[in-house]
Design a protein around this ligand. Structure first.
Ligand code: CTP
Length: 414
């Protein structure tokens, strides 16, 4: 497993010799690429000693380029990690500029990229930095941390680089996704809103951004699953290694899901499906001829309940977005729709849809667990791990309602 470790110029760079050791303990070959300002915080000599390879820093170093050019380096990497990542390097990555070896290599690589930001907490919360973070995240860059706590500048807040051991665990899993908890499993996920046409130019939709469903898809893929994402209209980048089917309406999502879910071991319904659709969309644009009007709506099929109700249903997970009585409503949906698990979150003007963070409560028959506020990407990793736990324990249990896909296929042919 080959990892390029890019080090940019922040005080947390002093932790990078330890980070290199942690990566190597997990079986990685580490090639270090430093920016000019990183050299102010950690020495090339120390890094060369721990990595066992000459450190690269200069795009114009003829000798180094002759032995492995920056393009070859970009190809060599199974993952690129930038730790610590300063506000400056994040801005360069977001803007696609490439003034040095590290940023040039990031543009030239097809390997997954992870960044571990580290900076003063006020810098981290600056809207420009957060906009760059979002851009990178939407492009599929893994953002690790930052953690909260006391900072080198003497202040306290979110901006500390995540501990080297934790970074090493996440990046080695990114570089070598095999051997995950869902290896060999197929997971079908619905995500995003649906659009229900009123006439050729108007539709009914909702505020769902698709972020949670896309984060669940990335997290399941990182655990080694084959992931099929059925997505309503969103502006997010397709997650790496995930098969994406695009749909518009609830009816298309229903058809596509049932066409694909028979081969799924797990089904996660994260889409915010429109519950009602106009009974008969107008063929021509509706003209404003009256002072008031109304639209006749008809109920959409419940995709989640219909999958959970299949004779050979996969392990089925639903979401519940509630403004009030979260526990009561979530438990009633768990039971009514006959789900294996429900993930409930509060929605309102200050949380839920279109936010990058989320806090959820998860319920399953006989158990529950609360997850405090975290970035949706991080939360998705924790939720997928819980789903894998519950899936495994149900399958190990003789009374399990979850029949392994192999056995379901055999049953169908009998
Ligand atoms: N869902 C679905 N198909 C629908 C409606 C919802 O698959 N036609 C799924 C969603 O993806 C989510 C869960 O069901 O996993 C949400 O449950 P639901 O009871 O529909 O939530 P609300 O629409 O919020 O329902 P209510 O208005 O009853 O609270």
């Amino acid at each position: 497993m080959n990892i390029v470790l890019g080090i940019s110029g922040g005080i947390a760079a002093y932790k990078t010799p330890d980070l290199v050791r942690r990566l190597k303990e997990r079986g990685a070959e580490v090639q270090i690429v430093m920016t000019a300002s990183a050299e102010e915080f950690v020495t090339e000599t120390a890094l060369q000693a721990v990595s066992g390879r000459p450190v690269r820093s200069n795009l114009w170093d003829k000798e180094a380029e002759a032995s492995m050019s920056h393009i070859e380096l970009a190809r060599w990497a199974d993952a690129v990690l930038i730790a610590p990542a300063t506000a400056e390097i994040m801005a360069r990555l977001a803007g696609g500029s490439a003034p040095d070896l590290l940023t040039t290599m990031c543009l030239a690589t097809e390997a997954p990229i992870a960044v571990a930001p580290a900076m003063n907490h006020i810098m981290w919360s600056n809207p420009a930095v957060q906009a760059n973070r979002r851009t990178l995240e939407d492009r599929g860059v893994m953002i690790i941390g930052p953690d909260s706590g006391s900072q080198a500048c003497g202040e306290t807040g979110a901006g500390r680089m995540t501990e080297p051991n934790e970074i090493a665990a996440m990046v080695t899993a990114l570089a070598q996704p095999s051997g995950g908890r869902l290896e060999g499993r197929t997971v079908v996920i619905t995500a995003g809103p649906t659009r229900e046409p009123i006439d050729p130019v108007r539709y009914i939709t909702n505020r769902s951004s698709g972020k949670m469903g896309y984060a669940m898809a990335s997290a399941a893929a990182a655990e080694g699953a084959r992931v099929i994402l059925i997505s309503g209209p969103v502006t997010l980048r397709e997650p790496r290694g995930v098969e994406v089917h695009r749909v518009e309406t609830a009816a298309e999502m229903y058809e596509t899901t049932h066409g694909l879910v028979r081969d799924a071991d797990l089904f996660i319904a994260a889409a915010a499906v429109a519950d009602y659709r106009p009974t008969t969309p107008a063929e021509q644009k509706i003209k404003k001829t009256t002072d008031s009007t109304s639209i006749d709506l008809v109920r959409s099929e419940d995709i989640l309940a219909s999958v959970a109700g299949l004779d050979d249903a996969p392990f089925t997970v639903g979401f519940a977005a509630e403004t009030n009585k979260l526990r009561e409503y979530a438990l009633s949906k768990l039971e009514k729709k006959r789900l294996n698990m429900i993930i409930a979150n509060r929605v309102g003007s200050d949380c839920g849809f279109d936010y990058d963070e989320n806090a959820v409560e998860v319920f399953w028959p006989g158990g529950e667990q609360a997850f405090p506020t975290a970035a949706k990407t991080e939360l998705a990793r924790q939720l997928v791990s819980l789903i894998a736990d519950r899936y495994d324990s149900l399958r190990d249990d003789g009374r399990s309602s979850v029949i392994p896909l192999e056995d379901r296929k055999k049953k169908r042919t009998q």
